[in-house]
Design a protein around this ligand. Structure first.
Ligand code: SAM
Length: 283
């Protein structure tokens, strides 16, 4: 009988953001697979969790995962945790989860904090649909190219950024996206210096540049989707003339149907124009 792999979310700053079920799981599994065993000890000590740890991070996970699968197959239960937030979300864990699924091992989430979701929930931007872009390319030119591909996207898009690159990334963004586009910066969420700034891109860039404090910590950046303006379809004078002639002889329905045939314009547009012409004629 196979054991179970638990994917356990940990706090993104505030240690109190850890669920009862997460604590119980970390206490009772046979092994905790952690991104950084020293880092996770702070959380484990806080909740008086004493359990065996093994290290699994981006540089060793391909190697370590098969060994953990063997343990799961022997019936052991394992909890996967990253340094902060939900594992696999811009964090290690994918090879282990993928392999476990391939081997038919039960994989169960213990949900909790995720910077992306926390930021979206307070952004005030539309979140019905959104696109998560993870971390951005490291070079300025690659970032600008990336921003070009996102410029006209109509849904809110979100990326993670570090203190080292926040100013450079915002500068690149302002070089590509209209500066009046609304953006939100969610910094140090759940921590003492939590700051959420929502404003036009140019004002947010200015604010971050002017304050050294605003450049410190961890960031989620959210960009409002582009408003795609629907082009108003204008009825030409010639189309109106055709409609007028037809309206003298037939019903609106027939006149519009014939005008569509003659002019090739859209039925909906001609129908609206026909109604207006008829109303004017009846006045
Ligand atoms: N797995 C994590 C999650 O569920 O959010 C994300 C891990 S990723 C390696 C770390 C990045 O997440 C940071 O560079 C930052 O962009 C974002 N992040 C993590 N904690 C944050 C916080 N408290 N406030 C704002 N952003 C945070």
């Amino acid at each position: 009988m196979c054991g179970k792999l638990y994917v356990v979310a940990t706090p993104i700053g505030n240690l109190a953001d850890f669920s009862y079920r997460a604590v119980e799981t970390l206490k009772h599994v046979d092994l905790i697979a952690a991104e950084d065993t020293r880092h996770i000890k702070i959380l484990l000590q806080h909740y008086a969790i004493n359990n065996k740890l093994i290290s699994i991070h981006q540089h060793n996970e391909e190697k370590v995962a098969p060994g953990l699968i063997d343990k799961l197959k022997k019936g052991m239960s394992i909890a996967l945790v990253s340094d902060a937030g939900t594992p696999l979300i811009s964090d290690p864990g994918m090879p282990l989860v993928k392999l476990a699924k391939q081997e038919g091992i039960d994989v169960s989430p213990i949900p909790g904090a995720c910077a992306l979701i926390a930021a979206l929930s307070v952004s005030g931007l539309s979140v019905t649909k959104f696109s998560f872009e993870g971390f951005l390319p490291r070079t300025s030119s690659a970032r600008k190219t990336f921003f070009m591909t996102k410029k006209n996207m109509s849904v809110t898009w979100v990326f993670y950024e570090s203190s080292h690159r926040i100013v450079a990334s915002l500068n690149d963004l302002a070089g590509v996206i209209p500066i009046d586009r609304k953006i939100v910066i969610a910094r140090e969420l759940t921590k003492i210096y939590e700051t959420v700034v929502s404003d036009s891109l140019d004002r947010v860039v200015e604010r971050v540049k002017q304050s050294a404090n605003m450049q410190k910590g961890e960031f989620v950046v959210l960009v409002e989707g582009a408003v795609i303006e629907k082009k108003l379809e204008v009825v030409t004078d010639e189309q109106k003339r055709v409609l007028l002639v037809l309206l003298k002889e037939c019903s609106i329905k027939t006149a519009v149907a014939m005008a569509v045939e003659i002019t090739g314009a859209r039925k909906k547009v001609l129908y609206q124009a026909a109604l207006e012409l008829k109303n004017k004629a009846d006045e």
